[in-house]
Design a protein around this ligand. Structure first.
Ligand code: ADP
Ligand code: ZN
Length: 212
């Protein structure tokens, strides 16, 4: 089963993808995490991506597609995967089609912009393993360290309020139209993103209903 999680930055895609990944026993592919890892490793893709990410802009399609293609080819993706953060525009959705990647379900997590702005100030991330936390809504069991790998947690460079506003603008201008695109293909489901557990329940109901 290949699933796409759609939603504004901070809607909870990464958090929900991690939970659902474990339940379905398929990996999550987060292009944001892949790009941050590429930057940390100083690869060509990382060098290309950094300035765009720092500004809250989309990284050029060719760069993202290169890192995504490598990841999708890995053995653990054979039984399906969850895409978190890809596609982010229609051109990227068309790349998936050209690659022959069949999409079974697209789950859009709906959260109002005002709530996104409030949430982002509390977000903390682990740059080592990619886990995300929220100081109030989803704190790490290890305080200011990652409770999965022990790395000290950090605030993402692009989580400053000005940059969050820019990323929301990019979402509305470039990404949201994917709802129409996948709606026309009959694979779109919208769920309300509120508490973490209630959102998971709504998502699992959609997945079970899709009964693939
Ligand atoms: P969020 O969903 O909270 O915005 P991500 O980690 O998914 O966070 O993305 C962070 C940044 O990484 C984006 O603002 C963008 O610059 C870049 N990025 C991630 N995925 C893509 C993509 N599919 N296409 C272009 N840029 C991307
Ligand atoms: Zn970690």
């Amino acid at each position: 089963m290949n699933i796409i999680f759609l939603g504004a930055p901070g809607a909870g895609k990464g958090t929900q993808a991690a939970i659902v990944s474990e339940k379905l026993n398929i990996p999550t592919i987060s292009t944001g995490n892949l790009l941050r890892a590429a930057i940390a490793a100083g690869t060509k893709a990382g060098l290309e991506a950094k300035s765009y990410m720092d500004q809250g802009a989309l990284v050029p399609d060719a760069t993202v597609v290169a890192v995504l293609k490598d990841r999708i080819a890995a053995e653990d993706c054979a039984n399906g995967f969850i895409l978190d953060g890809f596609p982010r525009n229609i051109a990227q959705a068309e790349v998936l089609e050209q690659l022959g990647v069949a999409i079974d379900l697209v789950i859009s997590i709906e959260v109002p912009d005002e709530e996104i702005m409030a949430r982002m100030s509390g977000r903390r991330v682990c740059l080592k393993c990619g886990a995300t936390f929220h100081i109030v809504n989803a704190p790490s069991a290890a305080g200011d360290k990652c409770d999965k790998c022990g790395e000290p947690l950090t605030i993402r460079a692009d989580d400053k309020p000005e940059t969050v506003a820019d990323r929301l603008k990019v979402y509305h201008e470039q990404t949201e139209s994917l709802k129409t695109y996948y709606g026309a293909k009959g694979v779109l489901a919208e769920v309300k993103g509120s508490g973490i557990e209630s959102t998971t329940r709504l998502i699992m109901a959609v997945i079970e209903g899709a009964a693939l």
